[in-house]
Ligand binder design. Structure first.
Ligand code: PLP
Length: 367
């Protein structure tokens, strides 16, 4: 049985008419950059998240970078990030000229360990970027307490956590500002690169809007040297066409995860969701002892899997120079060779889940 890692074609088939109409409309209006459709998406996304402002951008990496600039983070500053995430979370810190300071994560939750943050704070620390990785919110309350104590900015990286919740509040509203990605494979995905910034802060929103559009709010009024990081009309239209289904798709992801949890052997160490968290399962991660063998076993039976992510960021060549003396990412270092992401998406069938679960389980029955 074939089980692809993601199935964007199946999703497109289910909303083909709406998406095709939306694309046709943008082309016949020649509304390729900016315009009412982009504004409408921004309005809808801030309404969905519950934030005062939404500024659309070209991608989630730009959103993070522009936010750091909005909060004045640059040369000589330090920013706390988890050791385990997609590279963008630390990359944006380097591209604004600051230094990423990595903090270890929690086993089976994969989010930053709040108890290890304070030891990494110095006079130069300006911000913390918690990541709601795999769809599970980071433990924000202690992070906000630390941020308040040391007067730090909290920028949420929500690239994998559309509609996730922490103690009844939607992610994207928990810190000072947040970044979203709508990369095609994300829980809400465009048909190309796309991103957004959300915040309640008027000044931050205005800065971001200006920065992302050549330093101008009105045509030919360039107040700062900005950049070109805009959401294009086609992507905005596609995202708007998909938006009405996001809630249903999210519930289906949660349902599929439940089916995995019911079928998988406990020894696979899948995430048990802490009380008060809503996990939206961008990824479903298990831990296995002999990962290459298990991946091969699955591949041979038609199942694609992936590893998110095989190298802790401080161990990447790109960030080696930021590794402090005696820095140790013990927890991340222990699980990194075991983690395996198995397919999860709204269109996954019960038989596909059964197929994947039985192969992964058989690895343990054997051992
Ligand atoms: C995808 C992702 C990003 C970056 O988003 P892009 O739109 O691809 O630039 C940032 N952080 C995390 C955790 C991500 O998964």
């Amino acid at each position: 049985m074939r089980v692809p890692f993601v199935d964007l074609v199946a999703q497109y088939e289910s909303i083909k008419i709406q998406v095709d109409d939306a694309i046709r409309q943008v082309i016949s209006d020649s509304a390729f950059i900016g315009g009412p459709i982009v504004k409408q998406f921004e309005r809808e996304w801030s309404r969905v998240i519950g934030s005062k402002h939404c500024v659309s951008t070209a991608n989630g990496t730009d959103s993070l970078e522009i936010l750091l600039q909005a909060f004045g983070v640059g040369q000589g500053d330090e920013v706390i990030v988890p050791s385990h995430s997609w590279i963008s979370t630390a990359e944006c810190v380097v591209t604004v000229g600051a230094r990423p300071v990595f903090v270890d994560t929690i086993n089976r939750l994969y989010t930053i360990d709040p108890e290890k943050i304070e030891a990494k704070i110095t006079e130069r620390t300006k911000a913390i970027i918690p990541v709601h990785l795999c769809g599970l919110p980071a433990d924000i309350d202690p992070i906000l307490r630390i941020a308040k104590k040391y007067k730090l900015t909290v920028i949420e990286d929500c690239a994998q956590s559309h509609l996730a919740e922490y103690k009844g509040k939607r992610v994207g509203t928990l810190g000072h500002a947040a970044s979203f990605s709508f990369y095609p494979g994300k829980n809400l995905g465009a048909y190309g690169d796309a991103g957004a910034i959300v915040t309640d802060d008027d000044q931050v929103a205005e800065f971001c809007r200006r920065m992302a559009n050549h330093g101008q709010l009105q045509k030919h009024t360039h107040m700062i040297a900005g950049r070109n990081s805009r959401l294009d009309g086609l992507q905005a239209a596609i995202l708007l066409a998909k938006l009405p289904y996001l809630k249903e798709w999210t519930n289906l992801r949660i349902e599929k995860a439940k089916q995995y949890q019911d079928r998988l052997d406990e020894r696979l160490n899948f995430t048990s969701i802490p009380e008060g968290y809503k996990h939206v399962f961008h990824l479903f991660v298990v831990q296995v002892e002999n990962r290459d063998e298990v991946m091969g076993l699955l591949k041979a039976q038609g199942v694609d899997t992936a590893v998110h992510y095989p190298v802790p960021m401080p161990m990447m060549p790109a960030f080696k120079k930021y590794l402090g003396e005696g820095d140790c990412y013990e927890v991340n270092g222990k699980y990194v060779d075991k983690i395996l992401s198995i397919p999860i998406y709204p269109e996954l069938s019960a038989t596909q889940i059964e197929h994947v679960a039985s192969i992964v389980n058989s690895h343990y029955v054997k051992g």
